[in-house]
Design a protein around this ligand. Structure first.
Ligand code: AVJ
Length: 322
């Protein structure tokens, strides 16, 4: 096997600087908010892996079953030289894609991208060992602003799976999709996984499970602020809520202060006040109607060639061409 390479475009210092900016901006805003990317320290990534196994959390297993069903077809249609995976994380479902694309014969390079260098390092090592002959070139970056650092090399397909596109508000999505379109050559591909609008009675429990794992995941962002910014949040004094917004078509996760509190963030020299019942927004997870998503892709300059959904229409994979 050829040893994988890891290009670091985002250092720990960059991450801390970004966290400082986000924490100051979000915690001094009204209403208060924090971006979801800060959930994912080692504990947060572990909690997310646990979420994917919960009976209520259908997205991961639905996307996986769908991918299993159609991956052969994707490989036949794609015939790419390189697969770039945004937000690769542990790269679990990547194996399906890589097996199909390498069986097709054309794939030479796999480029997993993630913000977490530790997760990426381990995933890159494992994939390189499992797929000898495949060049693995990991990129540590923030997927929203480092697209230009992705290595080229033949015809590429960018995969953005898991429904993480839903973490972006519409304006951010437009900018992000146009950014991807910009780095691709005409004819190159985007494989997008997206959650669909479904019955709120199924959707909301996926973000508010009975065992309380999602609540713990949500509160983890406060632990991250405590550790990285010397804050003194008492996470147990915040309650998890998940709310479906039927106008904006997204789930909102929030942390609700159960009592009045004052929190200090030592590294920012910032004091933040919470009223009893005050809410802090920590994530949006947008769901889509297929025609709406195809329109967003078209507005970014993509042609949606193929759409696959699971039998219950909960999740979609879209193959779009630049
Ligand atoms: C990793 C962004 C796809 O939005 O469903 C899971 C994160 N948040 N449970 C999602 C998440 C709460 C997840 N994504």
């Amino acid at each position: 096997m050829t040893a994988p390479t890891l290009d670091i475009h985002l250092t720990d210092a960059d991450l801390t600087a970004a966290l400082r900016d986000d924490a100051r901006t979000g915690l001094t805003a009204s209403p208060k908010w924090l971006p979801p990317k800060w959930f994912y320290d080692a504990r947060g990534s572990e909690l997310f892996e646990m979420i994917t196994e919960l009976p209520e959390y259908y997205p991961t297993r639905t996307e996986r079953a769908l991918l299993e069903r159609v991956v052969g077809e994707i490989a036949r249609l794609a015939r790419v030289d390189a697969l770039v995976e945004l937000g690769a994380g542990s790269a679990a479902k990547t194996r399906l894609l890589l097996s199909a694309l390498t069986a097709g014969g054309s794939l030479k390079t796999y480029v997993p991208q993630d913000v977490s260098s530790s997760a990426l390092h381990d995933a890159a090592e494992q994939i390189a060992a499992e797929f000898p002959g495949l060049a693995v070139r990991g990129v540590v970056s923030d997927f929203t602003d480092t697209l230009r650092n992705l290595p080229g090399g033949g015809r590429r397909m960018i995969a953005f799976l898991g429904g993480t596109i839903g973490n972006l508000v519409p304006a951010e999505r437009a900018e992000f999709l146009a950014g991807i379109r910009d780095v691709l050559e005409p004819g190159e591909l985007l494989l997008l996984g997206a959650g669909l609008v479904i019955d709120p009675n199924v959707l909301v429990p996926a973000y508010d499970d009975a065992a309380g794992v999602t609540a713990e995941f949500n509160r983890n962002v406060l632990h991250v602020l405590n550790t990285r910014l010397g804050a003194d949040f008492r996470p147990e004094r915040f309650e998890h809520v998940a709310v479906w917004d039927p106008e904006r078509l997204w789930i909102e996760m929030r942390l609700v202060a159960t009592e009045e509190m004052t929190v200090h963030l030592r590294e920012l020299d910032l004091t933040v006040h919470f009223a009893a019942g005050e809410q802090l927004r920590t994530e949006i997870s947008a769901k889509f109607h297929l025609d709406g998503l195809a329109k967003e892709l078209a507005a970014a300059g993509f042609a949606t060639d193929h759409v696959w959904t699971d039998p219950d229409h909960r999740f979609a994979l879209l193959l779009a061409r630049a």
